[in-house]
Design a protein around this ligand. Sequence first.
Ligand SMILES: CC(=O)N[C@H]1[C@@H](OP(=O)(O)OP(=O)(O)OC[C@H]2O[C@@H](n3ccc(=O)[nH]c3=O)[C@H](O)[C@@H]2O)O[C@H](CO)[C@@H](O)[C@@H]1O
Ligand SMILES: C=C(OP(=O)(O)O)C(=O)O
Length: 416
Amino acid sequence: MASFQICGGCCLDGEVSIQGSKNAALPILSACLLAPGVTKLYNCPRIADVYNMLKILENMGCRTSLGRECAVIDTSSAITGKISQEDSRAMRSSLTLLGALLGRLGRVSLPWPGGCSIGKRPVDLHLDALARMNISVKTTEAGLECQSAQIRGTHIKFPYPSVGATENVILASVLAQGTTVIENAAKEPEVVDLCHFLNEMGASIHGMGTGCITVYPVKRLKNVSYRIMSDRIVAGTYLTAAAATGGNVTVAGVRERDICSVLDVLADMGCGIIVRPSRVQVIAPQAMLAPDTIHTRPFPGFPTDMQSQMMVCLTAAMGDSEIREDIFEDRFKIVPQLKKMGAKIQIHKNKAFIQGRQTLCGADVEAQDLRGGAALVIAGLMAQGETQVAGTSFIERGYEDICKDLGQLGARISRI
Ligand SMILES: CC(=O)N[C@H]1[C@@H](OP(=O)(O)OP(=O)(O)OC[C@H]2O[C@@H](n3ccc(=O)[nH]c3=O)[C@H](O)[C@@H]2O)O[C@H](CO)[C@@H](O)[C@@H]1O
Ligand SMILES: C=C(OP(=O)(O)O)C(=O)O
């Protein structure tokens, strides 16, 4: 099994360009199915989840390629809609194929999706919303079966602003009959990026980025070239690593407004923040302060996908801190691994109490999920001595080349 070997005790310094966003690229790749023909996607991250999505598209009859510059997706041939259990289970975003294939074929049979094991992750919000759109929905032991002779736009009010469910309703409604209004829609920048992509294709989506999205249906969509947004979670990871190692790092290609809740916490901890057009710089203070309690929340709140990385950083603060994980029930799996490195963290239900002023020591640890894995890499950079982080495949689901990026900032890290 591959692992990352990290020689700790360095201070990150320099500038790094941020890859394209995983959580924007994946639904956008699904959305390509809605317009038969060739779509070009620039800034498409070369990560395991994207390769898996391309494999799914290929297996259903598309032709795809992913080069340095862009991904090319040709969906002109007849699409079978067939998806293997193994491919669907490899990630969460296979769920967005529900909306996209319903829009293209009027039916879909999707083996149960997977993704990071960070909680129960039910699909009731997706299915309840689709059922309201004149789509018949069946769950079986193998997965989900949906079909519709005519998808109908309707008024949907989500009890919770689910990112994936909002994306599925948008994908199912752009070519439907009648207008769809989504209340309490997710406001995440990746949902907005999906809407911008669909609008470039000729869709008529309004209100994205607010809690109320309206989709006016169109007859057909056209093929376009599109640049996917940069990954705000990768940017947040590197900026948090800068703070954690007493460094000074600039991330290029990212918008401040997409990461402002993370920057607010770093500023609260005493970091210097410099914002320039499409560049954000974080300068660690001499001594980091413990911030106010961090609550994970839907956008624009603090992202759950940054919770583990921030937890690691807090072990070095000059006081004790508290994190409340309010989105996923099982996102503290990193804690036993961090304890092996000398961290002192107590968990009580959805709360983590992190003792500050700790010097971590190198250890052999194992990633259990994507962001927990990235957080262990940060812990390795902070620690005295050598750390090996096993479970690289989790990290490579979302980070294109974490060794190269961090190496460019002065980290001593290699994949072995
Ligand atoms: C590929 C992708 O974009 N993944 C992101 C997406 O995941 P994902 O789309 O799965 O996250 P959701 O916003 O749907 O989930 C948020 C909460 O709603 C619950 N829920 C969701 C759907 C449902 O039908 N029923 C239900 O109860 C979930 O269990 C969770 O507690 O948003 C999460 C929250 O920002 C991020 O952590 C993930 O990185
Ligand atoms: C939880 C994540 O991803 P997914 O929803 O794809 O499992 C993540 O990106 O941190």
